[in-house]
Design a protein around this ligand. Structure first.
Ligand code: AN7
Length: 346
């Protein structure tokens, strides 16, 4: 069951809303035993890379596209650091509507670009950063009367609340800390709204601290100032002027949480640890929270024994270039058994 059917009663849908789905949501929540021991906490990972287009964006996109179809939209438009475009293009293909995606030229991971092209969107590389591409997308959508499906579209955040609902259902409560990467700041805002909605409904009795993690080179919510030239290896969160900055600040302030930044080196080390020691391959942006938890532990700022859920927002397969720059190459041999046995030292 997709997000709309599973949570129809909690979302702004009516009988007129098309019940589209690509099977998004209901992603695994996995207890990470090894890293829990290292960090002396109870750490869980929500595997959002298991969504149909490989990222959390599908939860909100299914809602945004359903509402756009309900309103008779002729086409969809978005700007994206990659995952929003992959998701929009997928749902547009399934719905049979044209989709225009604006990407910062040369700054989108290969897998995401391949997805948008394969799903048949019109892909436009803008020689500017994401923040500028988003302004252009909004203006063009207005001009043409097309549906903008970035998180300026409120239905995106509605659908993304479903991640919080699922966590509460699986754990029976909210975690102590909710650790999440922050780019355009929609997801942290959506999760906070979702937890609050569940508390108001009496389904949970406490709320988590919202802990947002940004890349040091693109950390406007940590510095308190927009960042005119964002730069980070985690291209998904290479965003300098987050659209949902105010909602995110509110989430952090109301929950007693915090924003922290981590360097590219810390992000890549966390990514490698997660894959090589725990069997979970997440894209660089998704590993900012783990990098942050490791850093807070080192600084003595991670309380012992707390339950933490981190959101692994996107699949590692989306960015093969960054992964390959971190690891060795295959051991190449001829076709003899001797050579093979020589390699098998274990
Ligand atoms: C893997 O695709 O903004 O703070 O255009 O792809 O809600 O923006 C992606 C963002 C985290 C940050 N992790 O979430 C886009 C885009 C991954 C992401 C984020 C993104 P927000």
């Amino acid at each position: 069951m997709g997000v709309i059917d599973r949570y129809a009663e909690l979302l702004p849908v009516s009988e007129k809303t098309p019940r589209i789905t690509l099977g998004e949501g209901s992603t695994p929540l996995v207890h990470l035993k090894n890293i829990s021991e290292t960090l002396e906490i109870e750490l869980w990972a929500k595997l959002e890379g298991c969504n149909p287009s490989g990222s959390f964006k599908d939860r909100g996109m299914v809602m945004a596209v359903a509402k756009a179809l309900e309103d008779g939209a002729k086409a969809l438009v978005c700007a994206s650091t990659g995952n929003t475009s992959a998701s929009a293009a997928a749902y547009a293909a399934a719905a049979g509507v044209p989709c225009y995606v604006l990407l910062p030229a040369g700054k989108v991971a290969l897998g995401k670009l391949a997805q948008a092209l394969m799903y048949g969107a019109t892909v436009i590389a803008v020689n500017g950063n994401f923040d500028r591409a988003l302004e252009m997308a909004c203006e063009a959508a207005e001009e043409k009367g097309f549906a903008i499906v970035n998180s300026v579209n409120p239905y995106r955040l509605w659908g993304q609340r479903s991640g919080a609902f699922e966590i509460c259902e699986t754990l029976g409560s909210a975690p102590d800390w909710h650790a999440i990467p922050v780019g355009n700041a929609g997801n942290i805002s959506a999760y906070w709204a979702g937890y609050k909605q569940y508390k108001e409904l009496g389904k949970i009795d406490k709320l988590p601290r919202m802990m947002g993690f940004q890349a040091a080179g693109a950390a406007p919510l940590v510095t308190g100032e927009p960042c005119p030239n964002p730069e980070t290896v985690a291209t998904a969160i290479r965003i300098g002027n987050p659209v949902s900055a105010n909602l995110a600040k509110e989430a952090v302030a109301q929950s007693g949480g915090a924003f922290n930044s981590v360097t590219d080196e810390e992000i890549l080390a966390a990514q490698l640890m997660l894959s090589s020691k725990n069997g979970i391959f997440a894209e660089p942006a998704s590993c900012a929270p783990l990098a942050g938890l490791l850093k807070l532990k080192k600084e003595g700022k991670l309380p012992k024994g707390i339950r933490v859920v981190m959101i692994l927002t996107g699949n590692g397969l989306k960015d093969p270039d960054t992964a390959m720059s971190q690891v060795g190459r295959p051991v190449e041999i001829g076709d003899s058994l001797e050579e093979l046995l020589e390699v098998m030292k274990a």
